[in-house]
Design a protein around this ligand. Sequence first.
Ligand code: S3P
Length: 433
Amino acid sequence: MRAVRLARRGLKGRVSVPGDKSISHRAALLAALAQGTTQIANFSSSADCRSTLNCLSALGTDIIIKDNLVVIEGKGLDGFRPAAGMLDAGNSGSTMRMLAGILAGQSFESVITGDESLRLRPMNRIAIPLRQMGAEVITSEGGYAPLRIRGGRLCPIEYTLPVASAQVKSCVLLAGLYADGVTAVYEPVPTRNHTEIMLKEFGAAVEVSGAGVAVRGYPRMRACDYVVACDISSAAFLIAAAVLLPDSDLTLVNVGVNPTRRSFIDLLLSWGAQIELLNLRFVHGEPVADVRVQSSVLRADSLSRSISGKVIANLIDEIPILAVIATKVEGGVCVRDAAELRVKESDRLRYIVDNLRAMGVEVTEYADGFEIERPQKLRSAKVVTAQDHRIAMAFTIAGLLADGETLIDFPECVAVSFPSFYDTLDEVLSYAD
Ligand code: S3P
C-alpha cells in the first residue's frame, strides 16, 4: 500500500526514465540471433525485459548484466538449445509473443508460460499465423498460455493482421527469419515499427512499403552495439503530472519519439500543452529528443476531444494516464475503438472507469472506450490497481491532483515497466519545494 498526497507545486528538473521496454526486448532478441557480441546500453530496468533475458539464458544464451548495460553473446539463428524446463515470460506479453516467433523456428520443443495475468491474454493471434508457417503450436483451451511450440524450417506467408498489434507483427517477422523466402505482414493500422527498424540495424533484409513489411529468411545477422532510447510510455506519467500541476518545468532527456509512439505528445499539443521536443536526433534509426514540459491549460475542440480509429494503436499504453488527464480537459474527451485495452495486463477500461468513479469523476463506460464530458475535481480514494503497472502509475498521478490521501493497493507492480517510478517522482517533486 502506498499513500499519495495532493501536490501543491509542479515538477521541476532534468531527469531520465528507463530505457524503452519495447526496444529493449527487441534488442535482446535480435542480439541473441546475431553472430558476435552485442552491448546494449540503457537497457530497460523493467521486470518485463528481465523476463526476456531470463528466457534467452534458459535457451543457452550467455548474458552479462551490469546495471543498465547488457552484453549478449549471439548464438546465431540456430544456436539455441532446449531449455531445461518451461520458459517463463512473467507478466510480459511482448516476451511471450515475440519469443514464440523465434521458438517456431527451432526444431526442438519449448513450452512458454507466464503469470496469472499473462495466462489470461489471447494467444491465438500468434498461434494462427505460426501454424500457417508450419510450426506446431498447442495452446491451452481457448487459446491461452502455456504454449507448446515446435517448428524448424518454416514456410513464408503473406499475413494481414486481424488486430492492430506490434507484438503479433513482430512475432510473424521473427518467424520469417526461419522461412525459405520472403514473409510479408500487412497491417490495417500502423503500429510501432521498432522491429523493422532494428532488424535492418542487425543486418537483416527488410522492406517496408505502404502498409506492409517484408523480411527475407535466413539473413546473416551481425552483432551491433546499441543504445536504447528512454521510454516515452514511462515518460508519459511524468509529462502528465508536469502538464497538470502548477509551476512545472521538467525536462525528460533522451526520450524515444518515434512517430508510431508519440501520439500522446501530439494529442497533448493539440490541446494546448506546453511541450517542446529539443535536440531532436536519430539513434539507430529511432528519433530521440529531450522533452521539455511546462504547466498548461488543456482545451479540446469538437475534433480533438474525440480519440478513435488509427491513433489508438499509437497511444494504446498511454490511455490509462490519458484518462486521468481527461478529467482536466476543457471540452471533455471521448476514447473509442480501444477494446484492446480489455486484454492488456488487466481489463484496463474497467479499472480506469472504476478508479475514476471512486475518485468522484463522472465517466461513461463503453465496450471500447470511455467519455468524460467536462473538467472535474478529483477526491482521494483507495485505488485498485489489479496489479497492473500502468493503472498504478496513472492513479498515482491522479492522487497528486486529489484532495486528501489516495491509497495505491499494489504499488510494487510499477516494477513491470518502471521500477524507479516513485523515486523519480519524489526527485522531481522535491526540486519543486
Ligand atoms: C508492444 C505492443 C503493444 C503494447 C505493448 C508493447 C510491443 O501491444 O501494448 O505494451 O512492444 O510490441 P500489442 O502488440 O498487443 O498491441
